[in-house]
Design a protein around this ligand. Structure first.
Ligand code: PHE
Length: 373
């Protein structure tokens, strides 16, 4: 670089002429004033205050001036830059205030406007009915017990005294998850009833045992108006000294009266289950017609098809072989068991005509049963 030129006149340097500096300053001020929003102001700032802006370039020229000229040129450029900076800050404050005011208006929320209500769901009537049944037994001192839905074949069948060739094991009834192979003692199934929980409950506890076992069960039925491959049962098991069929009948009668009305009776019809002996089918007196529809076409009853009785489920005294499988001494203890389907009970208790309505999860079906959440 050459030595400073002694005869250098700042007035003669184009970019540092007073009127040039003034023009640069005025252009900057005009650009800031014209910026309509913060984005435009940012652009104006880059153009008029940035590294390559005319004032910045002029500032750089000062360094090349002879010492005596530097002070005056420096002062001139400095004052111009100061004015530009101040104008920028003022406009910035102004535009920010405008933006804040606009956002307050544009993004305001009217909390008094009506809103779209999302309707609350309703608990499924199967759940509430199950809980109601549990309550009846819990009030009598029973305990609620549960077991797995994917169950060992041993619990679902063998321990319950089903012979290996019992038809209930066959493919048309049972969903097999894993078959029996040479290494395995037991296959795995989706439980076909809640009775395996009887065995689990006895193995888990010392007698006396009083349990109520609600749960989901599976059978290979097609879904139609009266069948569903997944349904619910409630199982009842009582093991104690000296229990008889009379205790069974009295207990069920209490449940029927709690759920359907005072004074209703029950009846037993002989049946067969491998895990109970003797076994019976249990019917309750029709709670709608109380038998008046029988032989009386004028008083026809849809609930019991004018039979006077409604079939509830299977029951019986626990087979001593099941007690032995569960490690209980049949000489000392006896017990009774009862199992029934909740879907069927919901159908006759609430006149549900199609079982498919229960599995579709349509809130229009569940809502009329009550909004208990
Ligand atoms: N587990 C039987 C069924 O699913 C019902 C039952 C339970 C029968 C308890 C007797 C005793 O059909």
């Amino acid at each position: 670089m050459s030595a400073p030129n002694k005869s250098y006149d700042p007035v003669e340097v184009e970019a540092l002429k007073p009127q040039e500096i003034e023009r640069m300053r005025d252009e900057a001020l005009a650009a800031f004033a014209a910026a309509a929003d913060l984005e435009a102001l940012r652009e104006a700032k880059a153009a008029h205050m940035g590294d390559r802006s005319p004032l910045a370039l002029a500032n750089r020229e000062i360094g090349a001036l002879p010492p005596q000229a530097k002070a005056e040129a420096g002062k001139r450029v400095g004052m111009a830059r100061g004015a530009v900076n101040k104008a920028l800050a003022a406009r910035q404050t102004e535009l920010e205030a405008e933006r804040d005011a606009r956002v307050l208006v544009e993004e305001a929320v009217d909390v008094t406007l009506p809103h779209d209500r999302v309707p609350a769901g309703a608990r499924h009537p199967l759940t509430t009915l199950c809980e109601r049944i549990e309550d009846v037994f819990v009030a009598m001192g029973y305990e609620v017990a549960e077991g797995p839905e994917v169950e060992a074949e041993w619990f679902n069948f063998d321990a319950l005294n089903f012979e290996p060739d019992h038809p209930a094991r066959a493919m048309q009834d049972t969903f097999f998850v894993e078959g029996k192979d040479k290494k395995q003692e037991s296959g795995v199934v989706l439980r076909t009833h809640t009775s395996p929980v009887q065995v689990r409950s006895m193995l888990d506890r010392e007698p006396p045992v009083y349990v109520v076992c609600p749960g989901r069960v599976y059978r290979t039925d097609e879904l139609d108006a009266t069948h569903t491959p997944v349904f619910h049962q409630v199982e009842l098991l009582a093991i104690d000294e000296g229990l008889t069929m009379a205790d069974l009948k009295g207990t069920i009668e209490h449940m029927v009266r709690s759920l359907f009305g005072e004074g209703l009776t029950t009846r037993l019809r002989p049946n067969y289950f491998p895990f109970t002996e003797p076994s019976a089918e249990l019917d309750m007196e029709c709670y709608v017609c109380r038998g008046e529809s029988v032989g009386n076409p004028e008083k026809a009853c849809r609930t019991c098809s004018s039979e006077g009785w409604i079939e509830l489920g299977g029951c019986g005294m626990v087979n001593p072989r099941v007690l032995v499988a569960a490690g209980i001494d049949p000489e000392k203890y006896s017990g009774f068991a009862f199992g029934f389907g909740i879907e069927r009970m919901l159908m006759f208790r609430h006149n549900v005509e199609d079982m498919r309505d229960m599995v579709e999860g349509d809130v229009r079906f569940t809502r009329p049963f009550g909004m208990e959440i």
